[in-house]
Design a protein around this ligand. Structure first.
Ligand code: ADP
Ligand code: 5GP
Length: 205
């Protein structure tokens, strides 16, 4: 059996640049599998069903919950979001490093089920810059931006549970740092159980 992949959870304030970072990471490196979440929020301009999200009705989403097809799910600013279970387990078993770009409620639930999961928190360099990026994206109303900033206050309280903080100032540098952190996890002892067992057996213990 080959080695399992790393499960990395990426969270952060809305507008911090998570989506942009993920796109860039996947464009540069081969071994990542980005989980596509299900959501009941309407698509933004340019978003495609099955690419950024699976855009579902409330009924379709509830059906996924009821049939236990979601690894975790949460409500974020009035809409539901959830991680399909099948893809994540398949890709991890195939040895690929799986990334979940999900909120802090989801991150907590994933960590309970996968204690080895790596939790990364992405922030903009300042609150002013965060506001600029949120407004600059131009995809949400002022009201939704306010709600998302309000949510950022909650998320700031939950940051302590994360393993690493990534400050997305220079995009290129941030992508490389994220890649280095995830790849370093492959050397963790807990990721190499089979090797450890083999060495012990060979040594007769
Ligand atoms: P999130 O997925 O965290 O909500 P996005 O990836 O949609 O954030 O990014 C929010 C906005 O900030 C977008 O307009 C994006 O182009 C911009 N952005 C992302 N990263 C950077 C960066 N390092 N420097 C400047 N602007 C950025
Ligand atoms: P957005 O609407 O900006 O795409 O995402 C809003 C928030 O929902 C972000 O914090 C994003 O990380 C989070 N999110 C996206 N997919 C999931 C998911 O499957 N589960 C959870 N818990 N949060 C998600």
């Amino acid at each position: 059996m080959g080695k399992q992949g790393i499960l990395a959870v990426v969270s952060g304030f809305s507008g911090a640049g998570k989506g942009t970072l993920m796109k860039e990471l996947l464009a540069r490196y081969d071994n990542y599998a980005l989980s596509v979440s299900a959501t009941t929020r309407p698509p933004r301009e340019g978003e495609q069903d099955g690419r950024e999200y699976f855009f579902l009705s409330e009924e379709e989403f509830v059906q996924l919950i009821d049939t236990d097809q979601l690894l975790e799910h949460a409500i974020y600013v009035n809409h539901r979001y959830g991680t399909p279970r099948g893809y994540v387990t398949e890709q991890l078993q195939a040895g690929r490093d799986v990334i979940l770009e999900i909120d802090i409620q989801g991150a907590r639930r994933v960590k309970q089920q996968f204690p080895e999961a790596l939790l990364l928190f992405v922030s903009a360099p300042s609150v002013e810059e965060l506001k600029r990026r949120l407004a600059g994206r131009g995809s949400e109303s002022g009201e939704v931006i306010q709600a998302r900033l309000e949510r950022a206050r909650e998320e700031a309280k939950g940051m302590d549970g994360y393993d690493y903080l990534l400050i997305n100032d220079d995009l290129d540098a941030c992508v490389e740092e994220m890649h280095r952190i995830i790849q370093a996890q492959h050397a963790r002892l807990s990721q190499n159980r089979e090797f450890v067992e083999h060495i012990r057996k060979t040594l007769g213990i």
